[in-house]
Design a protein around this ligand. Structure first.
Ligand code: PGA
Length: 255
């Protein structure tokens, strides 16, 4: 796990976006795993600007969302398919057909989850997965206590996540969907590269656990320590509880 600590989230987002652009230079048409939430906003903005400058295209790439709310109106602006449309479709070359999201309206969510997992495999797997992290240590919507080998599945949102996401639903917790379909931890771990971003004091404990905690489903993101290719990009606030900052900076500077 490589940890990059930056003064600002903008700088971290630029470094993350450049990692994606350089992957696409080496492997045009690479498959991306795409996260929602506020964290990747800056990274996606940088990618849109770089696309405008002609630096890369996702025209031949597929993108697989990490998760989707169950039961949300498909026209709701916060349905993750709509969030990702606004962020990426057209503005990065990504086409509507190549954007894949779990079917939150499926009559049989378990079957929809299994189909989604299979569709990632059928596409040859994810080359680079963009990740945020929840304040409770979730990745995707893999909330504490989930199997660290889980596949795409339906889960309940943790109370902490409902509180955190109320800001997208008129600050009204009652409007936040209670369930989701999410790529499982085992699914995420099969991506060839993982790129996790975290910003702000609110993420400091989750980042501490992610980088320095014992692997445990209490903090599901800790399993990323067992992945061979993980880059964690944080601002100083999110890094504020890390013990071994000097070592991480020295390791980062080696490259
Ligand atoms: P956020 O969410 O980017 O909105 O903070 C991250 C996550 O829940 O994974």
């Amino acid at each position: 796990m490589k940890v990059g600590i930056f003064e600002t989230s903008e700088e971290a987002s630029r470094v993350g976006a450049e990692q994606i652009i350089s992957l696409l230079e080496k492997k045009p048409g690479a498959t991306l795993g795409v996260a929602t939430g506020s964290t990747p906003d800056g990274l996606y903005a940088y990618l849109r600007a770089a696309y405008k400058e002609g630096r890369f295209t996702l025209a031949d790439s597929k993108a697989f969302a990490l998760d989707e709310y169950v039961g949300i109106d498909p026209d709701h602006p916060e349905a993750y398919r709509n969030v990702l449309r606004r962020q990426l479709v057209g503005f990065t070359g990504l086409t509507e057909e190549n954007l894949h999201t779990p079917n939150g309206q499926a009559a049989d969510p378990d079957a929809a989850a299994a189909e989604y997992d299979q569709s990632i495999k059928d596409a040859g797997g994810v080359d680079l997965q963009i990740l945020g992290i929840g304040a409770d240590g979730h990745v995707g919507f893999n909330e504490p206590g989930i199997s660290l080998a889980s596949r795409t599945h339906r889960d309940a949102l943790a109370p902490q996540t409902i509180r955190d996401n109320a800001r997208f639903f008129d600050d009204n917790e009652a409007k936040v969907p209670r369930a989701c379909l999410t790529q499982g931890i085992g699914t995420i771990m099969e991506a060839r590269q993982l790129l996790l971003l975290a910003f702000g004091e609110n993420k400091a404990e989750a980042v501490k656990q992610l980088v320095e905690g014992a692997i445990s489903s209490r903090w599901p993101a800790t399993i990323l320590q067992a992945h061979p290719s993980v880059t964690v990009l944080v601002d100083e606030a999110a890094a504020s509880k890390l013990e071994l900052v000097d070592l991480y900076r020295a390791r980062w500077d080696l490259d």
